[in-house]
Design a protein around this ligand. Structure first.
Ligand code: HAM
Length: 424
């Protein structure tokens, strides 16, 4: 086999491949984030990787960077205008409405895990293809639901061993109080010295200006009207309940009145999980309430709340904190046959072990003892089962503990039960 020529193709810009052994951490993160959801009444949903482009332009918002700059759009041969999904919320809501889930008991609680696509400027932690695990609770206006979701994300991160994350919390008001605030903010912003693009933003999405990262802009924002002072009684009361429930659950958060988020559908509760070891792409997850989104995409009134956590950034955050995940051994037993007869015999042992739930692998490709033992060590297996013609003639196999190096013959017929017993 000539292993030298490599493909001339590379993963597209802003993407990367998940490859063993690193890919194991991604699976573990997905599992850890989804486990608390599965224990809390959330059912699994999977939607297509692409949708009608209008679902996102209407749902995520015409003025957002995601819709104006970052969508991968395509026209099919049949003339349909589609977009690779840049996020999950609009799709999940579309699917739930289409399946009439909202006509059953409310809230409808759903979780998902998958790939998302945004044409962003790639940098560490910011990719064009990335992975999220998300949760959406549709059809209930209840502060306990907002709190539940934040607590579940918090507990998921904690269960992974993550420590240095913070929760930023804000309320964006509702259709009662936001319009008046928006107008007051626009009046204030129009009096500032801003570039043309930012001026345009004042008209379409003035709240986003508060989020501007540039010092020259931030300095002028001192004294800007803040939404907190314009929230209606109902929004204030709602937000207070969410805060109380989080506090009662021992979940610390920081009030961040400038937290706006990059999607237009949010109302009331918004939050972000940020990690301080990630540089500029510090948001490991985020979400909030979106009481008007269903109507925006042609559905009934369906107040809802949800979040999505970034798997890629969570893995980076774990690395930044030096957290070693306790991953189950990929291979527990590795079989090393010497000769044809031993290959047949040990292959049945491996199959039996697998059927008994033991992770087992085999030295394929007719390797010699030295190479086969190298593979056994590389596999991470604790035990090697080695056998040659002479062992088989005596009715035994050699059982080698790869940690201590000790080796002893074991009767061929009892090797599976012996290994099961060792495993406890
Ligand atoms: P988002 O804040 O746009 O919200 O994305 C959630 C998380 O996905 C981010 O905090 C980040 O960890 C990850 N993420 C986003 N873009 C990238 C990227 N280019 N590269 C790597 N990771 C990225 C949403 O998507 C909303 N749908 C969340 C939501 C659910 N709100 C309500 N329900």
């Amino acid at each position: 086999m000539n292993l030298h020529p490599v493909s001339t193709f590379k993963a597209p810009k802003g993407t990367y491949d998940l490859i063993p052994p690193d890919s194991a951490a991604f699976l573990a993160v997905r599992e850890a984030i989804s486990a608390p959801l599965r224990r809390s009444g959330y059912g699994y949903i999977e939607t297509p990787g692409f949708e009608n482009v209008e679902l996102f332009s209407r749902g995520v918002g015409e003025s957002t960077d995601i819709v104006t700059k970052e969508m991968y759009t395509l026209t099919t041969k049949g003339g349909d205008e589609l977009a690779l999904r840049p996020e999950g919320t609009a799709s999940v809501l579309r699917a739930a409405l289409e399946a009439n889930l909202h006509r059953g008991g409310l809230p409808v609680k759903l979780w998902y895990s998958g790939s998302y696509y945004r044409y962003e400027r790639p940098q560490k932690g910011r990719y064009r293809h990335f992975s999220q695990v998300g949760a959406e609770a549709l059809g209930a206006e209840d502060p306990a639901l907002d709190a539940e979701l934040i607590i579940l994300a918090h507990d998921a991160y904690r269960s992974l061993g993550l420590r240095n994350f913070r929760i930023l919390l804000n309320s964006l008001g509702d259709k009662e109080c936001r319009p008046a605030y928006r107008a007051a903010l626009q009046d204030f912003l129009r009096g500032l010295d801003l570039d043309d693009e930012t001026r345009r933003r004042i008209d379409i999405n003035p709240l986003r200006v508060l989020d501007d990262k540039r010092d020259a802009v931030q300095q002028q924002l001192v004294g800007a009207p803040m939404l907190r002072d314009h929230l209606c009684e109902a929004c204030k009361e709602y937000h207070e309940r969410v805060r109380e429930l989080l506090t009662a659950a021992g979940v610390a958060f920081e009030d961040d009145e400038k937290l706006v988020r990059g999607l237009d559908y949010y109302t009331r509760t918004t939050f972000e999980f940020v990690h301080d070891g990630l540089g500029s792409q510090s948001a490991v997850g985020g979400g909030g309430r979106y009481d008007g989104l269903s109507e925006m995409i042609g559905g009934p009134e369906l107040p809802s709340v949800g979040w999505a956590l970034g798997v890629d950034r969570t893995v980076l955050a774990l690395r930044a904190e030096g957290v070693e995940l306790e991953l189950p051994a990929a291979t527990e037993v590795f079989a090393v046959p010497l000769g044809e007869e031993a290959r047949r015999a040990l292959f049945t042992v491996v199959t039996e072990l697998r059927r008994a739930g033991v992770a087992a692998d085999f030295a394929y490709g007719g390797k010699g003892l030295k190479n086969a033992m190298k593979s056994a060590n590389r596999s991470g297996a604790r035990y090697a089962v080695v056998a040659g013609e002479r062992d088989l003639a005596e009715g035994v196999v050699q059982l080698k503990d790869l940690e201590s190096g000790e080796q002893a013959p074991v009767a061929f017929d009892t090797v599976v039960s012996e290994l099961l017993a060792k495993r406890g």
